[in-house]
Design a protein around this ligand. Structure first.
Ligand code: GDP
Ligand code: MG
Length: 440
């Protein structure tokens, strides 16, 4: 997502970290690099200008706080000013409630409803979907299909033409559910009639959230659409979709931020787990390459990553079973690379070969057989597995000796990597400290 914007900003900042000392010329270079990068991401030119003015002024006038080097100081200013233009942090609660989704045709409304519903399900809440798009019969079908994919109940009748009637029945039907998500009518453009319908629906439902889906590929034009819906319908949040497929996301985010309606979610792919909670600080720190421990933690939690495992590794008790558990959670986390992207300093790190098994179902099956053929002792301390043991394990699990060796080798590599990542003196600890200092 936003690779060009990210690499542009990283390159600009790299000049600072490489430089001998900070002077006006360097700040000029930095800010013009930043401006060029922002314009390429479709950020409004006036906004970019005022941003770089602020960066210049603060970099040259403000004194770094004690403990912060002049270079870190400039990086911190760039970070803070970028955070300012992407909006304020918004609260996102997991409390039960009602949510209406609004948005134009094709903006990703129904897909995003599925993503959010799934997000709730993963956190132990029970969502139900209600279809109020009475103008497009296919919309009801689409919602049903989506609901069945995520095993959520859905009420979206084809033969009722009044969205308020549907809502009333839906609310009655799904009393026992925690979150009711309403798919409201769309249109190809926001007109008075649609605004009227949405308003009436809102007054009836009294939702906690009215979420507008806007495709990020609109670039700057996203802001106008957000403004329009805000004025005519009233919205509490924006779900910016299709962030994965566009270079214009920077313009979409900043133009939405100006309207004052907070962006709460990003859609970063067609699949139902391609959702991200938008947090300006995290977003920018990741964009400029300072990683994001918090996002990683959240994602890791989702994949049932167990922090105790890290403890075990440090204390040297990382068993073969722990290894297998770990690999399984990595599989659930999705491509390991996107997880590593969130850790400061790791975005360019190469994984040991074999550890990224996210797409290797077959191998996982094989490995589980091999591990089952190990004795308790072997699983607890795989270093005792010698050639004759390898031969026995291979026979017992119906695999070749080289397959057993490969598993043991991957285990060892993983153990090494985990050791490096964890522990106060490990890279993880050091970088965590640096990240903290950075936020001073
Ligand atoms: P609706 O008409 O507003 O309900 O939009 P849909 O949910 O039907 O989505 C329209 C198209 O956009 C579909 O092909 C979706 O798969 C796609 N889409 C939605 N969200 C995203 C996203 O975040 N990334 C990508 N790449 N495609 C998306
Ligand atoms: Mg739809």
């Amino acid at each position: 997502m936003l690779e060009k914007l990210s690499s542009g900003l990283k390159n600009a900042l790299r000049k600072i970290t490489k430089a001998g000392h900070i002077d006006e010329k360097l700040i000029d270079e930095l800010t013009s690099d930043i401006k060029r990068t922002l314009l390429a991401a479709d950020v409004d030119v006036k906004l970019a200008d005022s941003l770089i003015e602020k960066i210049k002024e603060r970099s040259l006038k403000e004194k770094p706080k004690p403990g912060i080097t002049p270079k870190e100081h400039v990086v911190k200013i760039v970070y803070e000013e970028l955070v300012n233009i992407v909006g304020k942090k918004s609260e996102f609660s997991l409390k039960p409630g009602k949510i209406i989704f609004v948005g134009l045709y094709g903006s990703g409304k129904t897909t995003s409803i599925g993503k959010l519903a799934r997000y709730y399900q993963k956190r132990g809440l029970k969502p139900a979907l209600i279809g109020c798009d009475v103008h497009r019969p296919a919309a009801m079908d689409q919602l049903y299909q989506l609901a069945s994919q995520i095993h959520a109940p859905c009420y979206a009748p084809q033969n009722v033409t009044d969205p308020i009637e549907i809502s009333r029945a839906g609310i009655e039907k799904f009393k026992k559910y925690d979150i009711l998500i309403f798919d409201a009518s769309g249109r190809s453009s926001l007109d008075k009639e649609l605004a009227e319908e949405l308003k009436e629906l809102g007054e009836f439902i009294e939702p906690e959230e009215v979420i507008l889906t806007i495709p990020a590929d609109l670039g700057q034009a996203a802001g106008e659409q957000a403004e329009g819906f805000k004025e005519l319908v009233g919205i509490t949040a924006i779900f910016l979709t299709k962030m994965d497929g566009t270079a214009r996301g920077g313009g979409a985010i900043t133009s939405c931020a100006i309207t004052g309606a907070p962006i709460k979610f990003l859609g970063i792919g067609e699949k139902l787990d391609a959702i991200e909670i938008f947090d300006p600080e995290r977003f920018i720190s990741r964009l400029i390459g300072f990683g994001d421990l918090q996002a990683l933690m959240e994602k890791a939690k989702e994949a049932e990553f167990k922090p105790e495992t890290a403890q075990k590794i440090v204390s040297g008790k990382f068993t073969m079973d722990d290894f297998f558990e770990q690999i399984k959670s990595i599989q659930k986390m999705g491509p390991m690379k996107s997880v590593l992207d969130m850790v400061p300093g790791f975005s360019s790190m190469k994984l040991p070969k074999g550890v990224d098994v996210s797409k290797q179902e077959e191998k996982m099956k094989k490995w589980s057989f091999i591990i089952q053929s190990m004795t308790k002792e072997e699983k607890e301390d795989p270093s005792i597995i010698n050639a004759s043991r390898i031969n026995r394990i291979a026979k017992g699990s119906g695999s070749s000796e080289s397959e057993v060796r490969e598993l043991i080798k991957t285990y060892e590599q993983m153990k090494k990597m985990m050791k490096m990542l964890s522990g106060k003196r490990g890279m993880f600890g050091k970088l965590a400290k640096r990240f903290k200092g950075f936020k001073l």
